[in-house]
Design a protein around this ligand. Structure first.
Ligand code: GDP
Ligand code: MN
Length: 380
């Protein structure tokens, strides 16, 4: 899992790596809050938050010095795609007075299969470019597992690469902290490019990249929380309101918040516990319903699925068609026990389509909850 810049920086900061002051902004009103938090004097930089590098070149980094300018940059970025990715939030930060840009990274050396520290005085540019064009400006130190990252190794690298001696101490400190992030968060990459030397002569992480091992996420509740956030956000793009309740065995698929809450209570009365709910109000599309069913099918904690839908503006036969399209991609059959209730506009047509595909669909709430109860009893 790759983290967003602002998430990577927040973690770096927890480990004591200096980062610029800033706030994540998703709407115009929080832009004002960011402006007051940063202050007129050092305002500001607007940075598109997408999981892609090279944002600078793509127009995703904008230096601004007033609130209207920041607003304009923010609005432009919302219309942008960077490497195909839409922008829906930005990081607004204090502007740095940049003297030099460096590069520091810890990753796994593919040859040695050990952590490696990469350091370069030529930061800000693509490191692959540095490696091909200025190979002598890229230093590396492979870490034997027992020794960790000794200070003298960082100092030797820094000296060899021509870093000014007054920065060695700070470099050792930051490299040590980055290595700590790398180990403790079970990362596959922890990188700062550029690591900026400011005019007052301090080092600060102007950018941040952190990739963590998906298989290790369960050991990191903080990171798991981020993962949850990702999932909720990516589903929101498809018009789905998804809430992960953490524990439970039932997955709910409903239309409308009221219906969702009611269904949750009924599920609890039946003796199960909702693990998550999906409200498809704004996602009545083949893509939205496929994504919803996909999620319910793939979460191993979910043992039963309850679909409770009332077609108001949307027609139930259309919803059934979309659901069946989604199910088709799952080797033709939804892989878990699922009970369904359809009501409202064209419910009859929707029921017929689902029944033809082999799914029982009920009309009354009581009926469907009885069936759900039977399902639980059968399983216990
Ligand atoms: P990337 O292009 O996606 O890697 O984004 P970066 O955060 O690395 O920013 C790209 C470039 O923006 C940096 O290398 C800087 O040269 C430039 N830049 C200019 N002013 C600032 C500033 O105040 N803060 C930051 N972070 N970058 C700045
Ligand atoms: Mn960068």
């Amino acid at each position: 899992m790759d983290l967003y810049e602002h998430q990577a920086k927040a973690i770096f900061q927890q480990y004591g790596i200096p980062i610029p002051r800033g706030l994540v902004v998703r709407d115009e009103s929080s832009l004002e809050a960011a402006f007051s938090a940063i202050g007129q004097d050092s305002f500001g930089v607007v940075k598109a938050q997408v999981l892609a590098g090279g944002r600078g070149k793509a127009g995703g980094i904008k230096v601004v010095d007033s609130l209207p300018q920041a607003l304009e940059a923010f609005q432009n970025m919302l219309r942008m795609r960077i490497k195909g990715l839409p922008v829906d939030m930005v990081l607004v930060e204090e502007r740095l007075n940049i003297k030099n840009e460096y590069f520091i990274s810890i990753t796994i050396d593919p040859e040695a299969s050990l952590p490696v520290l990469l350091l370069s005085p030529r930061g800000g540019m693509d490191i692959e470019e540095v490696a091909t064009e200025f190979p002598s400006a890229l230093g590396k130190h492979v870490m034997e597992s027992s020794e960790g990252l000794p200070s003298f190794a960082v100092m030797e690298l820094a000296r060899g690469l021509g870093f000014p001696a007054e920065l060695w101490g700070e470099l050792i400190d930051i490299a040590g902290k980055l290595y700590k992030v790398f180990c403790e968060e079970e990362a596959t990459l922890a990188e700062v490019n550029p690591l900026v030397e400011t005019v007052p002569g301090r080092l600060i992480a102007a950018d941040g990249r952190l990739s963590v091992d998906d298989n290790a996420l369960f050991r990191h509740p903080g990171l798991s929380e981020l993962k949850k956030e990702f999932k909720e956000m990516s589903l929101k793009d498809k018009g789905l309101d998804y809430i992960d309740l953490g524990t439970g065995d039932a997955g709910l698929l409903c239309v409308g918040a009221g219906m969702t809450m009611l269904t949750m209570d009924l599920v609890a009365q039946a003796g199960a516990r909702a693990r998550c709910f999906l409200d498809v109000s704004h996602g009545i599309s083949a893509e939205g319903l496929s994504a919803a069913l996909e999620l319910l099918a793939s979460d191993p904690e979910i043992k039963y699925v309850l679909v409770n839908m009332f077609g108001g503006l949307s027609r139930m036969d259309e919803i059934a068609t979309f659901m069946l399209q989604g199910i088709k991609t799952m080797r033709g059959q939804f892989p878990k026990p699922m009970v369904i209730r359809f009501q409202g506009t064209n419910a009859e047509g929707g029921r017929r389509l689902m029944m033809e595909a082999g799914y029982d669909v009920y009309t009354e709430l009581e009926e469907v909850m009885d069936k759900f109860g039977e399902l639980l009893k059968g399983a216990k």
